[in-house]
Design a protein around this ligand. Structure first.
Ligand SMILES: [Zn+2]
Length: 113
């Protein structure tokens, strides 16, 4: 099994466990320098995410599963990060928007466990 197949298998497994079945999660195998072993870019409005994985992620294979779990969890937390960045950039967010994002994330976690 290639490294790409190993990662895809983990994405498939955790996409289900995290109740992300309606999301399109693409995988990109990277090479060259990186600041981390993997990253996840989320387009929440379109239910799309791109998981990028660098070769360093395969140095300790027992960590690979956790790395992929971590990256997919970024999909869950993306909205709260967006709100935080908006506030940092002085973009107004209402109390209701913040409460709603928090409630959605909380319910999402509750349904997973
Ligand atoms: Zn992270």
């Amino acid at each position: 099994m290639t490294n790409q197949q190993k990662v895809q298998k983990l994405i498939d497994k955790y996409q289900k466990k995290l109740r992300l079945e309606h999301w399109t999660i693409a995988l990109e195998m990277k090479s060259g320098e990186c600041e981390s072993v993997a990253e996840c870019r989320v387009q929440g409005d379109y239910l799309k995410a791109l998981v990028s994985v660098w070769p360093e992620a395969f140095e300790k294979t027992e960590d690979l599963e956790h790395i992929i779990k971590h990256e997919l969890c970024h999909i869950l937390t993306a909205q709260t990060k967006l709100i935080s960045y908006d506030l940092l950039n002085a973009k107004f967010r209402t109390h209701l928007e913040i409460d709603s994002a928090n409630e959605i994330l909380t319910e999402w976690i509750a349904r997973i466990i």
